[in-house]
Write a protein that binds this ligand. Structure first.
Ligand SMILES: [Zn+2]
Length: 368
């Protein structure tokens, strides 16, 4: 595929991304099923779906799952990766014992509305916890929260946020800072990295899709596609298998040392995350040999991404106070999670094509 053709898969709207994905799936003779979000619509009144396309034999013993849109807006790039793969030579080269299951738009509300979070401001990647197990306190976040959600969005108010973050970090250290700020919090619905008080529709839809399309496999792998951690045009694997475990060894064998060493991360200390989708994938498939990783495509610096995530909290609550400012903040938010530069988009496609190819070969027992 030419570079220009690949860039066509980076859509401007959810409906466009979805149409391109569905037509690429059709052309590749993948089997498509769609789950509609019964309660929510997109900004133009459009229906919202988790679409599943299975390339290859749906009963194949090995299944590679490639997911996009866990963090809504990050789905634009993930969707492009999926559609490009379906439109390239990948489907016709699949070994007979291996299928690829594409999950398109896991959080379709966030995808369509260009938010990282769900309709309830929930970070879906903190939502896969046992919601019946009682409250989960994050006292560090509780201490920070009021400093993170100013009613004004000005240079001074943003500087105030970062002064509070810096002071907290200086006092508790990098790891405790990351756990408090990024790890997930369950008490402040208007805050950042809010994991929610209940399972989100997207959580249920993901689990239903895994039960339907992956349970029963002998071996299964998950690549959950994200953007926002790592340097510009670079990538970071976030693989949480225990070091030295068979799954960890498989990830290293298939994708190389970078799959397990966090090389390229822009986080000085990675939080101990709660409620991750990739962990849920492993838990949902007892008896299946599972290998799961998130792959992040880097965009901006850590501070810039923190600022973008925090700006969404302001936008959700106070955008009507200053529509012109809200529009500028929103445009900057979109650019932070979905860069428009062709060089960035080309780098995403080029790298991910290799990662998918390596995962197929690894699952099929052809890894080096
Ligand atoms: Zn993400």
């Amino acid at each position: 595929m030419s570079q220009a053709a690949g860039l066509n898969f980076f859509a401007a709207r959810y409906t466009e991304a979805r149409e391109r994905f569905l037509s690429a799936a059709l052309a590749a003779r993948a089997r498509v099923t769609s789950m509609e979000h019964a309660m929510q619509r997109g900004p133009e009144g459009e229906g919202l779906y988790l679409d599943v396309a299975v390339a290859g034999d749906p009963a194949a013993p090995n299944r590679l799952v490639v997911a996009s849109g866990t963090h809504g807006i990050e789905g634009y790039s993930g969707s492009a990766v999926q559609s490009a793969w379906l439109s390239g030579p990948g489907p016709s080269r699949l070994p007979p014992d291996t299928a690829v299951v594409f999950l398109h738009g896991i959080n379709p509300w966030g995808f369509a509305h260009r938010h990282r979070t769900t309709e309830e401001n929930v970070d879906l990647n903190r939502n896969f916890i046992d919601h019946g197990a009682g409250p989960r306190a994050n006292p560090g976040y509780a201490e920070l929260h009021s400093s993170l959600v100013p009613s004004e969005w000005t240079e001074a108010s943003v500087a105030g946020i970062f002064a509070a973050l810096d002071a907290f970090r200086a006092r508790v250290g990098e790891q405790a800072f990351s756990d408090a700020y990024n790890g997930g919090q369950y008490d402040f619905p208007d805050g950042v990295f809010y994991g929610g008080r209940r399972e989100q529709w997207s959580n249920q839809a993901f689990r239903a899709a895994i039960a339907e399309h992956v349970a029963g496999a002998k071996a299964a792998a998950l690549i959950d596609l994200h953007t926002g951690i790592g340097g510009w045009c670079e990538h970071v694997f976030l693989c949480f298998h225990a070091p030295g475990s068979p799954a960890w060894e498989r990830a290293r064998r298939w994708w190389g040392e970078r799959a397990v060493n966090r090389q390229g991360s822009t986080h000085k200390a990675l939080a101990v995350y709660k409620g991750l989708l990739i962990d849920a994938f492993v838990d949902l498939l007892p008896g299946v040999e599972t290998t799961a990783t998130a792959i992040e495509f880097g965009t901006r610096s850590r501070v810039e991404m923190q600022k973008a995530s925090l700006s969404l909290c302001w936008l959700r609550r106070h955008a009507d106070r200053d529509p012109a400012l809200a529009e500028r903040v929103r445009a900057d938010y979109v650019e932070a999670f979905y860069p428009s530069a062709p060089e960035w988009r080309e780098a995403v496609l080029k790298a991910s094509e290799v990662f998918l190819c390596q995962a197929v070969a690894g699952l099929a027992g052809q890894a080096p």
